[in-house]
Design a protein around this ligand. Structure first.
Ligand code: NDP
Length: 398
């Protein structure tokens, strides 16, 4: 595994809890002390020893050399989206399978798209290896949920809404629950949703709807662009409308609006005291580390899909709501990380298990929608992210 943040920490803990599949775990990241701290926690909690390494994953020859030294079956990329292509290059050079949870994003453009990674398909195929893209919660589980509904409940999915609610309270005026730079780039980008064969763009945070989330209560959720809309539109070609919604509290919106208005979320360089700085990177340096929020975060996350389409059993149009609810304090007690890291790290472990056990096989670059959802869904229930599905009286009105 590469990347020793909150998500990497959860994934390594969960792998160590499944030694039948993960017999030998190696953790490398830019800062080795962070790998060592995770290894220490894993040792204490599970008794499993993990080897640790320092690596700059932007350095393809160094990553290639490390992969050659360790000779793993799979490289799990839980560093940042900026490293995706470099790590895929190292996997190609060494002939090792690849997995990640977030699609590539160039450092100097807040633009995440699958096109750069999909362009690796033929090279991965020729090498006889596989890349599994987007094996977190969203992207990840939200797509598997949609494909499970398509396999077991609906012949077609006409409309799909993904609802991501974090009802957690960390007690800080403003903090992000995962990497602040990635999080802020995502929420300040224009909203886009899929409608009748194309993406429709609207201003960032302009559409809000109140929704009553089980386990959390009523929350405002905002229409946003999220990367799984691109792969879902491709792999559910009949989908007429696909939207992604995320909840934000009023305090979060207030702080973000001010930071944006004063220019602190800019990603172009500015000169300060004769030195070039990127305002958003500076902001990251002064905000709380997401990992530090674990001990104080209380409440639950509730993430799921509402899909409407023609029922498989021929009973006409039906609407289903499928979701997981995860408790921040339970996640922290189990792995030392809050639920946002937990809900991403567990599916990363499960995706890795799918590849290592051969439940999911392929040569080339694949999105999670392309495989049988059932073994993944079974493991969600067994490894801390149980899900439920219910039929709603009709399509959502918002
Ligand atoms: P963090 O910022 O907490 O951790 C990222 C880790 O990657 C850090 O340990 C960092 O090192 C390391 N890293 C950064 N650059 C390099 C590099 N060049 N070489 C080696 N290591 C590097 O992020 P998170 O744990 O919150 O997120 C990890 C990934 O998961 C991200 O890609 C994020 O977008 C994705 N994610 C996906 C979600 C989903 O549901 N699909 C949800 C949440 C996150 P250092 O400590 O030295 O900075």
């Amino acid at each position: 595994m590469i990347g020793a943040g909150g998500v990497g920490s959860v994934a390594v803990h969960k792998m160590a809890m499944n030694p039948g599949i993960f017999s030998d775990i190696h953790l490398a990241s830019r800062t080795k002390s962070k790998c060592d701290a995770i290894a220490e926690s894993v040792k204490q909690r599970t008794g499993v020893a993990i080897a640790t390494y320092a690596i700059d994953a932007d350095d393809v020859p160094a990553t290639t050399a490390l992969i050659e030294q360790i000779q793993p079956r799979l490289v799990v990329n839980l560093a940042l989206p900026y490293q995706d292509l470099a790590i895929m290059d190292a996997c190609l050079a060494t002939g090792v399978d690849y997995l990640d949870t977030a699609n590539y994003e160039p450092l100097d453009e807040a633009k995440f798209e699958y096109k750069w990674q999909w362009a690796y398909h033929d090279r991965f195929k020729e090498k006889g290896i596989m890349a599994l893209l987007g094996s977190g919660f969203d992207p990840g589980v939200t797509s598997v949920f949609a494909m499970w509904l398509k396999k077991h409940k609906l012949k077609t999915i006409r409309t799909l809404d993904i609802l991501d609610c974090n009802g957690g309270d960390h007690g800080q005026a403003f903090a992000t629950n995962f990497n602040p730079e990635i999080n802020i780039r995502e929420v300040t980008a224009p909203a886009r949703h899929w409608e009748n064969g194309d993406f429709v763009e609207t201003p960032a945070m302009a559409n809000k709807v109140e929704f009553d989330f089980e386990g959390v209560g009523p929350k405002n959720m905002y229409l946003m662009y999220h990367e799984e809309l691109e792969s879902l539109a491709r792999f559910i070609p009949e989908m007429e409308r696909g939207r992604f919604w995320m909840t934000f509290g009023d305090e979060y919106i207030k702080h973000l609006t001010v930071l944006q208005n004063v220019g602190m979320t800019r990603i172009d360089p500015v000169i300060y005291n004769g030195q070039e700085i990127i305002p958003l990177q500076f902001l990251k340096a002064v905000l709380p580390e997401p990992a530090s929020l674990g001990p104080t975060t209380k409440g639950k996350t509730n993430i799921g899909d509402i899909a409407t389409g023609e029922a498989l059993d021929g009973s006409g149009e039906k609407t289903f709501y499928i979701k997981n609810i995860c408790d921040h304090e339970d996640a922290y007690a189990e792995t030392g990380n809050q639920a946002v890291s937990y809900t991403t790290g567990v599916p990363a472990m499960i995706g890795a298990a799918m590849v290592l056990t051969g439940a999911w096989k392929g040569e080339g670059v694949f999105n999670i929608e392309q495989f049988d959802p059932d073994p993944f869904m079974d493991m969600l229930n067994q490894h801390g992210l149980p899900w439920s599905v219910e039929e709603l009286p009709g399509p959502v009105a918002f």
